[in-house]
Write a protein that binds this ligand. Structure first.
Ligand SMILES: Nc1ncnc2c1ncn2[C@@H]1O[C@H](COP(=O)(O)OP(=O)(O)O)[C@@H](O)[C@H]1O
Ligand SMILES: [Mg+2]
Length: 247
């Protein structure tokens, strides 16, 4: 089985070496928990370390803000876009009622079929092996029934997993209550993996941690892993060895 390494410090060894190539993992967490940074890091590492071009579909953050967010960690998205190794699909400007000059964008209204075809076009153009959708919760507003959301997300996920494309994908989902796994409460059933990022208050300060709830065909960690966002992005704390020396 081929694994797509996230390259995120400390994570791959918790999930059997990386995400299964061509699978879809759902990354869920409340606002500010680090989801967008995680997604950027997964794509940036894929391109620069593992030679896997990527596509970032942004539904809430406009592309220039995304480039700026990545820039603070030294990840220059612009260069990768110029080299045709990265495509950002702007599905945020239109929603915000703003014009866009992006090469890949949803311009006239929001439509799932158009989004799917724009994704297909971008994936083909750069021969993408990785994709991030940030965030699928933003798709939910259009649909009243959770089952409709599920069907649409399922269609996109199936397209990406298809043998012809085989794109390893991260679907980001924003949750409101820390205890629900995803906003629509359905997305996690269609993903091959589920990772949550959390912020919790401990003794008057916020702490970050990551949990792996599901990772098909993988014996994965079931522990709570604290992490920090440092100069080079997300870093998961390595546990101190509790083994005692044999005498
Ligand atoms: N350069 C940085 N160094 C450390 N932490 C940062 C930096 N930039 C952002 N953060 C932290 O990351 C959070 C935003 O992360 P983000 O991935 O955008 O969250 P989400 O997408 O889950 O809403 C900020 O609220 C801040 O706590
Ligand atoms: Mg975000």
């Amino acid at each position: 089985m081929i694994r797509a390494k996230t390259g995120i410090s400390g994570l791959d060894e918790l999930i059997g070496g990386g995400m299964i190539e061509g699978s879809t993992v759902l990354l869920s967490g409340q606002s500010g928990s680090g989801k967008t940074i995680f997604g950027l890091q997964f794509l940036y590492n894929g391109i620069t370390k593992y030679n896997e071009p990527g596509v970032f579909v942004t539904l809430e953050t406009r592309p220039n803000e995304l480039r700026a967010e990545a820039g603070q960690f030294g990840w220059d998205l612009h260069i990768l876009e110029e080299k045709n190794e990265l495509v950002i699909i702007d599905a945020a400007s239109n929603k915000a009622g703003q014009p866009t000059s992006e090469r890949y964008a949803l311009r006239r209204g929001f439509d799932m079929t158009m989004l799917a075809s724009e994704i297909y076009r971008a994936v083909e153009e750069v021969k993408a092996k990785r994709l991030v959708i940030d965030c699928i919760s933003a798709l939910g507003i259009k649909f009243s029934e959770p089952s409709e959301v599920r069907n649409e997300i399922f269609r996109i996920s199936a397209m990406l997993r298809d043998e012809r494309l085989k794109v390893t994908s991260l679907f980001i989902s924003e949750i409101i209550e820390p205890n629900s796994l995803s906003r629509a409460g359905v997305e996690q059933f269609i993903a091959q993996g589920l990772i949550t990022l959390r912020l919790s208050e401990v003794n008057g300060a916020l702490e970050r941690d990551l949990l792996i709830w599901k990772m098909k065909q993988t014996p994965h960690s079931l522990k709570k892993h604290s992490f920090k966002i440092g100069k080079s992005g997300i870093e998961i704390a390595t546990r101190k060895s509790t083994k005692t020396k044999k005498s």
